[in-house]
Design a protein around this ligand. Sequence first.
Ligand code: GDP
Length: 521
Amino acid sequence: PQIPPSILSALRSLSVDHGNGNEGGDSDDVRSHLSLVVLGHVDAGKSTLTGRLLLSLNHVTRRQYQKHQKSSAQIGKSSFALAWFADEDDTERERGVTIDVATKRVRTRRYDFTVLDAPGHSDFVPNMISGTACADCGLLVVAATTGEFEAGFADGGSDADGGGVGRSYGQTREHVVLSRGLGVTQFVVAVNKLDAADPPWCRDRFEYIRATVLSFLMDSGYRERNVTFVPVSGLTGVNVNREEEDGDQRGEGEGGGGWRELRKWYDGPTLVEALDSFSPAKREFEKPLRLILTDVSAEGKNASVRGRVEHGFVRTGDTVVVLPVGDEAIVARVERGKAANEGTSPYAFTTPASALIASPLHLAPGRSVDDIPELQNCALAGDIVEIELGAIDPARLSPGCVLCHTHPSLRPRVRGKFEARILVMERLAVPIIRGSQVLLHMHSIDVPAVVSRLISTERRGDANPRMNPRVLVGGATATVEITLSEKVVIEESIQCKALGRFVLRRGGDTIAVGLIDKVLD
Ligand code: GDP
């Protein structure tokens, strides 16, 4: 009952059918929205490629790029000029790594992407989890250079070799398993740095990496048709945007003839075309509101919060309840404003990651939200929004809180125990037993927890589950009961992906991903 009938019918008339592959958003001015998480090993070139996308799709100007090139040369890091568009704050620039999940907007022919550039360092896996939990699709960046692919994708020693940064087990694999666990079902894999492969633009190298990564993706539960591989160079821009090919073929531009080399054996999609071939995401705006907060700050008497609307619909004037705390608040303002990279100031790109971003409504071609007065001041499933909340003490709010409508039947449960199906990571130094202490990560929260029962387990290829197992070993799937140290907002994963999927970590290592099957009392 939370969507007034007039608004619901407006929404239905406007909205493309995202569930059935109806390819809405093909017109030039109305696009559908997707959140894209950029993943990969540290130094694979994620920030550079994100910066290249911003540059070649004209979200930043050549002049800004030249300015970045100049100032990065001054500190002796000229190759980071593009990455600067993606890495926003000074600490990240100095370290040359992405710490927080930065957000940017990138627009292709069919889509308006909110790009979540997740950190590659294993130190920062929790940040990566919160980015990935918001994502509809992923861009996995792997470096094709000799040794680098092997390091990022290493299958190397076991966890016992020591966790943390510098361990041999490649982040690429962990990211893939995490993404699958958190519900990212489609990927573009950018086989990057082919300009620096030996020899440059080597077809065999591309094919080798493709085959290796694809078999791993398929083992992790991805379908081949949901994964597209593209050979690219983020640094030189080759095979990013087809519009730049002609210039390069004429010997202009930064590609250094790379397009010509690539064309000898490749006629598949460019990176931009591959991103355009994603399927639209299903927006559950008719389900009860679930808005998960990622940022909270005080704004005078009111609280200013940012988050993603997972389900449902919210608008100015609504009364909402904040879970798990249970306080009510009034929505004073809903801002579906600009992305962080859409400001007018030349410095707009260096705003903090918490800068306002928002996604447009996803509408049928030719229709605009501005046509419908009822849809002003509202946000829908799939939108990342900033909201001002009144009549609540900002100190009661924190990232991970969930905003819902107040009627009891519309609220998710706040509980501390559930039954779940988990997939145990291949590499596990110490098996999971009853009583294993873990840290449970979900969207933007982490909570200490205990694996309180092992209900059943299956080994791969074995149809009969074993009941009441004593241990769970690497690679197993299992049904377990998990008890949390405090009550949090949880739902069965079939009800709500974001509130029903989680990652278990121990001692800084990911040990399992899982889906909540049953919320227990
Ligand atoms: P991230 O840690 O994955 O974000 O990686 P960065 O984007 O910071 O890049 C790491 C290093 O690889 C930097 O020195 C980049 O200049 C370099 N790099 C990134 N992309 C390419 C590429 O396509 N070709 C070459 N040769 N170097 C690249």
